[in-house]
Design a protein around this ligand. Structure first.
Ligand SMILES: Cc1cc2nc3c(=O)[nH]c(=O)nc-3n(C[C@H](O)[C@H](O)[C@H](O)COP(=O)(O)OP(=O)(O)OC[C@H]3O[C@@H](n4cnc5c(N)ncnc54)[C@H](O)[C@@H]3O)c2cc1C
Length: 353
């Protein structure tokens, strides 16, 4: 049986679903093919911090800030709860002797302020007032980015899948795309040529525990791995550290996974002495997700050179960026205009094939 669609999207992660939803909003009949299940890839294993805080290059910062604005617009439309948006703000700090230096953090803060990004510099007593269970050291300083949020990304993915179906499209799970074929120039090998690497990341989850240290914000520590923690939708904690990611790799064996979990929990104990890392070890679970990482670290959004009608969306920070780059690509496909915000993020900067 042959079927006709205006657009076929491969992959039902948040990025593919956002593009498919935005195409459906513009009247396109859309089919999404998903090899496994909705949000079973990076989207389901993401820290899902919505931010432009870690991004001080002007163009990339703007794109991420646009992503955050569009998440807020979706929350206005469907409600924070329905989209899984949680808005505690993000707190980062540094101390005179920490691997992340106060001066380095201050430089990021000044760059963000110069972009008009909401953020407030804090001294040690202000830090303590915001996160009483963290033992900020002598000389600690930091900043709060109050608009930063985190997302229950699988929840939003499922909502978008439902909206696509309501608009007459389909999201087909367990339906891998085996090949891309069309008349004209051959496209075999195009997917394999997308210049994207795989960067694994370990996240450690704890169930709700009234005896554990309390964490109210998204928190980024000043250690060598930029240890980070936030709440989960069920009231537990989710945390990771970038240097531990490197130790675990993509498929850690049981012993490596246990050591990775233990190291992330120890990091929390170091910063929040009330936290009982031994007790937490018994209920903690770890999972490794794989970040799609363009070879130059910058998002790839737009038409694949030399293949009429084929577009690519590949990015890190895809949870933050999905609503912005999804809408921009849909607008480009349907309306023919590329957003000026995509300058510097186009596929034709790479040599393909
Ligand atoms: C540990 C970790 C922490 C992160 N932290 C953040 C963060 O704090 N903030 C942030 O914004 N981003 C973060 N990211 C990045 C973010 O999660 C990703 O950029 C984003 O989820 C990518 O979404 P995607 O839809 O492109 O990919 P995915 O969610 O991986 O979706 C791709 C889908 O395509 C499917 N697929 C693959 N091949 C085929 C095929 N042949 N046919 C059909 N389907 C196919 C897969 O099954 C998968 O479901 C993090 C990622 C990780 C792993």
């Amino acid at each position: 049986m042959s079927e006709t669609w205006d657009a076929i999207v491969i992959g039902a992660g948040l990025v593919g679903l956002a593009a498919a939803f935005e195409l459906a909003e513009r009247g396109q009949k859309v089919c999404v093919l998903e090899a496994a299940a909705v949000a079973s890839g990076a989207t389901g294993s993401s820290f899902a911090w919505l931010n432009a805080t870690g991004k001080t290059e002007a163009g990339y910062h703007r794109l991420n800030a646009e992503g955050m604005a569009r998440h807020r617009a979706w929350a206005d439309r469907w409600g924070d709860r329905a989209v899984g948006l949680h808005r505690p703000g993000c707190l980062s700090w540094a101390e005179p002797a920490t691997p992340i230096a106060v001066g380095e953090l201050r430089a990021s803060f000044e760059a963000l302020s110069s972009f008009g990004y909401p953020c407030r510099w804090l001294d040690r007593s202000e830090l303590r007032a915001l996160e009483p269970d963290i033992a900020f050291g002598e000389g600690a300083e930091g900043f709060l980015a109050p608009d930063d949020a985190w997302l229950d990304a699988p929840r939003l993915a499922r909502l978008l899948a439902g909206e696509i179906a309501r608009a007459g499209g389909v999201v087909r799970e367990r339906s891998p795309a085996a090949a891309i074929e069309r008349s004209g120039p051959a496209v075999a090998g195009v997917a394999a040529a997308i210049p994207v690497g795989r960067v694994p990341g370990l996240l450690v989850e704890l169930p709700p525990d009234p005896g554990a240290a309390r964490i109210d914000h998204i928190v980024y520590g000043p250690d060598e791995g930029n240890w980070h923690v936030r709440a989960t939708p069920s009231g537990g904690l989710l945390m990771g550290a970038d240097d531990v990611d490197g130790l675990c790799g993509e498929r850690p064996d049981d012993a490596t996974m246990a050591a990775g979990i233990r190291e992330v929990l120890e990091r929390m104990r170091r910063f929040a002495p009330r936290f009982d890392a031994d007790r937490a070890t018994r209920s903690a679970s770890g999972r490794v997700g794989v970040r799609p990482m363009p070879h130059d670290g910058r998002s790839i959004v737009g038409p694949v050179p030399g293949v009429d009608g084929l577009y690519v969306l590949a990015t890190h920070s895809g949870v933050t960026l999905a609503p912005a780059i999804g809408a921009m690509l849909a607008e480009e496909i349907v309306g023919g205009t590329a957003s000026p915000l995509l300058e510097g993020f186009r596929p034709d900067r790479f040599a393909w094939g």
